[in-house]
Design a protein around this ligand. Structure first.
Ligand code: BG6
Length: 465
């Protein structure tokens, strides 16, 4: 008999991610009328159903009408999956969402496979969504992916990187590939350097249990930073469908050289060691910066810098593309430097694209002034921009893979960060930085000694807000 309806099974439904991101996104999709008509949300966990667990759904009137269930099971014990199996009996589509730590992925996936709840053949459509970080290093990521692929087909697997689902990140594709004018200058001939900044004002808060095991490289660089860069560096895909975008991103990632620890900086904010739950002598980094190089024709010799950290002065994510200077600008008889042309892709909190150019200062004299040509993304719509998790969920519900990296991309990203992780694990200490500063002094020096210019902070560059 054909099943009906869709079941969203959330493992780890009582956790932080479910209450802050997943369930509110379900509620907003409900509000916008974008959910399948018969959706059940099922929490799965070892305990009794925790109190108030569905409260985030109740923030919207349509969300509070969604049917919810709770099933008890122990992740690694297939025998305990009977209740889940019975509950899922008649559904047409089943989505397993693993909002749990990476150490639980293999036990859950193995149990689903052992109880016949993984394969889609002849049964309901089954999909599995896994959260980052997928693994702890290259070897463990390979192991998890291998086990995932033993139980599920590649088209059933959705690996989350919520940065890919941010509208402004997706706009990078539209910007690059619908404007021939930029694509023509998108290479080593005209671009001098690229800088990606992913700064957060927050500290680790109550997340020490997770963060002190992980650190900035695994938490942000292996995934968000490299995915954003892959979209900037990749060749034009043959079409903008998921398979071709993934192939083009993988190619770009394969061309990025593994990080050289001698051009990287590890930082830890002052007071990190006093955070509740952090190991007394923790050497975990809360800040990471490095220079990357890319071995392909388009980018050879163009230095690419990134930095990311917690406890920085503000939340800002942007990619800054610096074009080569005009060869010379003669004002009066004195040769002068022009104003560097910058293209800024603002991901958040500002959303849009700015092209910063040199212009003539109005008035009788011929003087230069920096001016920004601004695309403010929110002006393109009257609706509120969707949150990344709404986009993630609606793609999973529709079975599309555009905003999900492939297993090969994830593996390659681990290869890129692995030398850094290993070298930092071997010894040494992070440089400390003041909370609310832009990171350790060594990061500024990294720029100077590698001739990268300087880090661009919000408000630093005239013409860019
Ligand atoms: C998550 C990281 O993937 O991204 C967090 O685990 C980080 O440490 C968060 O705070 C940042 O996401 P956003 O969308 O707020 O920039």
């Amino acid at each position: 008999m054909e099943g009906v309806g869709t079941d969203l099974v959330i493992f780890g439904a009582s956790g932080d991610l479910a209450s802050r991101k997943i369930l509110p996104a379900v509620a907003r999709l409900a509000e916008r009328g974008l959910l399948p008509s018969r959706l059940r949300v099922i929490g799965a966990g070892r305990s009794e159903q925790p109190e108030h667990i569905w409260a985030p759904l109740q923030t919207s009137s349509r969300g509070s009408n969604i049917e919810t269930r709770w099933v008890r099971l122990a992740y690694g014990e297939p025998d305990s999956y009977r209740e889940l199996r019975e509950t899922l009996g008649g559904s047409a589509t089943v989505i397993y969402y693993l909002a749990t730590p990476p150490s639980t992925f293999i036990p859950i996936v193995t149990s689903l496979a052992a109880t016949g709840l993984a394969n889609s053949e002849g049964g309901p459509k089954r999909r599995i969504v896994v959260e980052k970080p997928l693994g702890n290093d290259l070897a463990s990521a390979r192991e998890i992916d291998h086990r995932l692929r033993e139980a599920f087909g590649e088209e059933q697997v959705f690996r989350i990187d919520h940065y890919l689902a941010k509208d402004t990140v997706q706009n990078t594709l539209a910007f690059r590939f619908s404007n021939a004018v930029f694509e023509a200058m998108w290479n080593r001939t005209l671009i001098e350097s690229i800088q990606v900044n992913v700064a957060e004002e927050v500290t680790i808060g109550s997340r020490a249990g997770y963060y002190d095991q992980v650190g900035a490289v695994r938490d942000m660089v292996q995934n968000h930073v490299l995915q954003l860069l892959a979209l900037i560096l990749m060749e034009p895909p043959r079409t903008l469908d998921a398979a071709n975008i993934r192939r083009a991103k993988l190619d770009a990632l394969l061309a990025i050289n593994p990080i050289d620890p001698s051009v990287a900086v590890r930082g830890q904010y002052e007071g990190y060691l006093d955070e509740p739950g952090v190991a007394l002598d923790s050497r975990r980094e809360t800040y990471a910066a490095a220079r990357l190089t890319v071995d392909n024709w388009r980018w050879y010799g163009v230095p690419i810098y990134f930095r990311t950290g917690k406890a920085l002065p503000r939340r800002v994510t942007q990619a800054i593309i610096r074009f080569r200077d005009a060869p010379l600008l003669r004002l009066d008889s004195q040769p002068q430097r022009g104003i560097p042309t910058l293209l800024v892709i603002h991901v958040q909190p500002k959303e849009g694209v700015t092209l910063r150019i040199g212009a003539k200062r109005p008035g009788a004299r011929f003087e230069m002034v920096a001016a920004g040509m601004d695309l403010e993304y929110s002006r393109l719509t009257r609706e509120e921009l969707p949150e990344a998790y709404e986009h993630v969920l609606s793609e999973v519900l529709a079975g599309g893979h555009t905003v999900f990296p492939s297993g090969e991309e994830i593996e390659r990203s681990w290869e890129i960060v692995d030398p850094l992780i290993r070298s930092w694990e071997l010894g040494g200490h992070p440089e400390t930085y003041r909370k609310g500063s832009w990171g350790p002094e060594e990061a500024r020096e990294l720029m100077i000694r590698t001739q990268g210019g300087r880090w661009i902070n919000p408000g630093d560059e005239p013409g860019i807000s």
